[in-house]
Design a protein around this ligand. Structure first.
Ligand SMILES: Cc1cc2nc3c(=O)[nH]c(=O)nc-3n(C[C@H](O)[C@H](O)[C@H](O)COP(=O)(O)OP(=O)(O)OC[C@H]3O[C@@H](n4cnc5c(N)ncnc54)[C@H](O)[C@@H]3O)c2cc1C
Ligand code: FES
Length: 504
């Protein structure tokens, strides 16, 4: 996580503060009764909201104000200062607001305000909404259509056995044994009942008829839709390694996958992780937290090299080596025979089980069957609409025209998937809103969190400001002089400011 809230004495905001102590764009952490509250100023306007973000309780006082919004320093959620609404994921729930009075040169925070009721969105209303996929994009879309006042039937169909979950946690706290099972669902089951979302689990949509506007499920039943969202995500790549079909070889995408790894980890002493991307490395870190010896095997010369460059890759490797991880870089797995993993060099490593994390491929079979236009994923326009009328796509599966790079891109980031789900939801209701959010992701390695804004598949210049070793730096990726992406370690505010500049 990012920096903790500074341990400053909390002023009693109900007694008031001198207006001169709160500059434009400034925030003060205080309390009102038992609540921690942030008092914020934007221009001449004053706002008071709960101090903790509704995602993972990040300290909003360490974030930034942009217009009448506050941005969370940890994973860039954005809240309206006027209403407390969680305008952008990863936070989905609102935060409470308080009334603020100006009395001469003093600012006083009064009573907590009732939750704002959003007025239903204008625009055409589909007769029903079907969402295929109960992951980040699908669940954010289901919540958003209800938040925007849609009253028609909403069906959320998921091939997963579990209700929608906080997927990023599966390779982090949950796998490390630091989060309990009940932390993982995004909402309790009641949420879907209360919001009249028909959540169908363990069900796969097997075909779509875009002319008749129906989906067919794996049990043969059919559902009509007025508007359809495809949010089928991605599946782990299964490399054709002899022996990789063995039960000792695990992949990580679902809650069930993570539970299965946890179960094996309970008695394991040694694990081989194949792949040095984000998921492979997070699995390595979590298994080290359980005291298990970990060997990582990957073909690149440094971990994360393709995404973040060689300098960051070497630094991340050193972080893991300090924690006892052994790397076999520049190597692939030749075969797996029970407990023995043979590498391309001929060397072998004995282990209790293997986790393969060598990337994912978008789950496009359904879209291909439906005859939608494809482009290494489902091709969507700036409104996230596919080539079929009334059919939208969002998340890992969608390739969209990104206004920041000027390229059509597809990314595999939690926050992007949720934000696309939210934009698609508003467009399902007729909003015609462009998806123009700056891509953002985070990844955690022990006490270092990397935040990354923008998108750079290729760059011709990478400049590091600060020190990776001191966990205090920004890394700027440019092509042709243009900044494409900025990664930060220990500089959450700089990451938020970079995102705001790119948005502008
Ligand atoms: C272990 C792990 C850790 C991660 N950590 C991070 C992180 O730290 N930061 C970050 O930015 N990103 C992270 N990611 C990536 C992030 O989780 C994904 O980008 C995000 O989940 C994509 O959302 P999605 O809705 O597109 O797909 P998913 O969340 O994968 O959801 C797809 C859904 O579609 C369903 N489905 C597929 N086909 C069908 C069908 N035919 N019928 C019905 N349902 C179907 C699936 O069952 C699933 O419910 C992580 C991913 C994993 C696996
Ligand atoms: S804690 Fe605020 S966005 Fe995650």
């Amino acid at each position: 996580m990012g920096a903790e809230t500074k341990d400053q004495a909390k002023v009693d905001l109900s007694k008031g503060i001198a207006a001169s102590t709160l500059p434009d764009g400034g925030m003060i952490l205080g309390r009102v009764g038992d609540d921690d509250v942030v008092l914020a100023r934007s221009g001449t306007e004053l706002f008071a909201v709960r101090a903790q973000c509704s995602h993972y309780r990040g300290p909003l006082v360490d974030g930034i104000i942009v217009g009448d919004t506050v941005r969370c320093p940890w994973h860039h959620a954005c809240f309206s200062l006027r209403t407390g609404e969680a305008l952008r994921a990863p936070a989905l729930d609102p935060i409470p607001c308080w009334r603020v009075d100006r009395q001469g040169d003093r600012i006083v925070v009064r009573e907590k305000l009732p939750a704002t009721q959003l007025s239903p969105a204008a625009g055409q209303r589909p007769s029903s909404i079907v969402i295929v996929g109960g992951g980040a994009a699908g669940v954010a879309a289901a919540e958003m259509v209800r938040r925007r006042g849609y009253g028609g039937p909403v069906t959320l169909i998921s091939a997963d056995a579990d209700p929608p979950i906080d997927r990023p946690n599966l390779s982090k706290d949950f796998l490390a044994g630091e989060a309990q099972d009940d932390w993982i669902p995004l909402w309790p089951n009641d949420f879907y009942v209360e919001h009249h979302i028909d959540l169908m689990l363990n069900r796969r949509v097997s075909s779509i008829d875009t002319a008749k506007r129906t989906v067919r499920l794996d049990d043969g039943s059919e559902r009509e839709y007025g508007a359809l969202l495809l949010a089928t995500g991605a599946d782990p790549v299964r490399p054709p390694v002899p022996g990789a079909e063995d039960d000792r070889v695990r992949y990580l995408r679902s809650f069930a996958d993570s539970r299965a790894i946890v179960e094996r980890a309970a008695t394991a002493k040694h694990v081989v992780v194949v792949g040095a991307g984000f998921i492979g490395l997070e699995v390595a870190a979590s298994l080290r937290a359980r005291g298990i010896a970990v060997d990582v095997v990957a073909p690149e010369s440094a971990p994360l090299e393709k995404v973040m460059g060689i300098e960051v890759g070497r630094f991340v490797r050193s972080l893991h080596e300090k924690q006892g991880v052994t790397f076999h870089m520049g190597q692939t797995v030749a075969r797996i025979d029970g407990r023995t993993v043979t590498l391309s060099s001929g060397a072998s490593v004995d282990c209790d089980f293997v986790v393969i994390g060598v990337g994912v491929k978008p789950s496009v079979a359904l879209a291909e069957q439906a005859g939608l236009a494809m482009d290494r994923g489902i091709s969507v326009n700036e409104y996230l609409e596919t080539s079929a009328p009334g059919v939208f796509a969002a998340g890992d599966v969608a390739r969209w025209p990104d206004p920041h790079t000027g390229e059509r891109i597809r990314v595999e980031h939690w926050v992007v998937a949720e934000r696309q789900g939210q934009t698609a939801a508003r467009n399902l209701l007729g909003a015609r809103e462009r998806f123009d959010a700056v891509p953002f992701f985070w990844s955690r390695h022990y006490d270092a969190t990397i935040n990354y804004v923008g998108h750079a598949e290729r760059w011709d210049d990478v400049a590091i400001d600060g020190s990776l070793e001191a966990l205090d730096c920004s890394i700027v990726y440019r092509r042709g002089g243009k900044i494409l992406a900025i990664a930060t370690v220990g500089r959450d505010r700089a990451s938020l400011e970079a995102e705001a500049r790119m948005e502008a």
